[in-house]
Design a binder for this molecule. Sequence first.
Ligand SMILES: [Zn+2]
Length: 521
Amino acid sequence: MKMKPEVEIYDTTLRDGSQGEGINFSVMDKLRIAEKLDAFGVHYIEGGWPGSNPKDIEFFAEAKRKKFKTARLAAFGSTRRKGVSVEKDEQVRLLLEAETPVVTIFGKTWLLHVKEVLRATPEENLAMIGDTVRFLKDHGRFVIYDAEHGFDGYKQDPEYALATWQAAAEGGADLLALCDTNGGSLPTEIARITATAQARLPVKLGIHTHNDIGLGVANALAALETGASHVQGTINGYGERTGNCNLTSVIPILALKMGKRCLPDSSLRKLKELSQFVDEIANLRHDPRQPWVGETAFAHKGGTHVNAVQKVVHSYEHIDPTLIGNTRRVLVSDLAGRSNIVMKAHELGFKVASDTPELKEILSRIKSLEHEGYEFEAAEASLALVIRKLLKHETAPFKIEGYHVSIRRDRSISVCQASVKVRVDGITEHTIAEGDGPVNALDQALRNALVKFYPQLKKVRLADYKVRIIDSTAGTGARTRVLIESTDGKEEWGTVGVHDNIIEASVQALSDSLEFRLTKR
Ligand SMILES: [Zn+2]
C-alpha cells in the first residue's frame, strides 16, 4: 500500500545543485542521476532551466522518452518579463516546450529587488506573477511558485510579500515554496514567517533554503515544523556558494528523528549509495565527514576487543547506521557487508541469498577490489560482472590478449593508433584503429575486433569518460581510476577500471562496458 507522504521531497540537484562551483553535469550525467533519484523515490526532480541553456533543453527532450516510476519531472524558469505579455515571452514558451508535468517558476518577493533589480513597479511585479502562474495552469501544468528572497522580502515589507504570494495563489499555484535565497536567515525567523504564511494563504507551502550560515537543513526543518509540507534541496548539499539545503541530511532526519513519513524505509537504506553515486558522477571525492552518509559518520576509535566494543558502541551512536545504508567502522562485520551485497545483487538481477555458497567469495573479492581503489556506486555494470563471474562460472565472451597504443605527432597534428588482439571462441582477431586520443583509438580497435562476432555491439558508444587520481592507500602508490559511461541508445551503464597506468585502467573499463552489454541479453 502506498501511503501519502507527510513531506514531499523536491530534488533540485540537477538545477540549483549544478550551480555549485566545480559541478558540471553532461546531459548523460543528468539522465543517470534522474533515473537514480526516481528509483530512490523522491517526489519531484527539477531537471533544469530550459530558458537558460541549450543543454537543459536537450535534457528535457531526452527525458521525455523515459518513464519515471515515482518522481514527477519539473522544468524551472522565471515569471514573464516586465512589459511583455506572457503569451509572447520566449522563456515561458520554452517551459511549456519542455513538456514536463510540473513547472516551477520563481518571482520576486522583495521590494528592493522589484525596484532596483527588476526596475518594475510593485503592481507590475504582482501582475507578472499572477499572469505567469495562470498561463501555465491554463496549459495543464502543476505549478510550483518559488518565492525568491521570500524571507528577506517579508522582513522588509510583510504586507507586500504576502501580496506577491497571494498573487501566485490567486493565479492557481498548486504549491508555494518560500525561499531563503541568500541563505542568511535564522530558524526562528523561518518558523515565524512560515507560520504566518500558513495562516494567511490558501495554498500548500514548501521550503527552499541555502546553507550560507550553515543553517540550510535547520531552516528547512523549522519550516516543516510550522506549516510547510514540501522541501526543496540537493543531494550532498550541492549548490551555489556554500550550497543548498542538504537532502542527504533532511531525509533521514524526517524519517528517523521527526517520525514524518516521506519515503519508504527501503529507500532510506540506499541513502549512502545515492550520495556516493551523485559524487561519483560529479567527479567529486565523497566527503568522509558528511553527516549521516560519510565514511566516518559512524566510525569509532574502539578498543581491541571487538565483542566488548560491539556492546558499548551502540550507546555511542545516535541511530543504527544500517538504516541509511552506512556501516559502523570499528567492526565492518561480515554480516553487514553480506546483507548489503545480497541486496545489491538482487537489484542487479542475480539470485543470491545469505546462504548462497559463492557469497563469501563474492564478498571478499569486492572488498579486495575496493581496497585497491575500485568504487562501484556509479559503475554497477562492473559490479554485476564481478558477481556474475563468481556466481555463474561462465567463461567471458572475449579475452583481450594484448594491445599496443602509440602517439605520433607531425608538426601540429597528433595521431593516436591502437592495435588490439582479442580472442573469441578460439579465434584470434587482430585489429588496428586510429583515434583522436589513446582511449578513443583503443575503443575503436576493440570494437572493430568484436563486432565481427557480436554485431549488437555496433550500437554501443562511449558517452562519457572521467578520470580521478586516487589517494595512495596502505601499501600502494597513487593510482588512477577511470569511470566510463556507455549507452546503446536505450540504456546507460557505468564501468570502472583502476591501475597505476591510465591506459590500463581505461582498457579495463572499456572491456567491462562491452562485456556487460554482451552478458545482458
Ligand atoms: Zn536556490
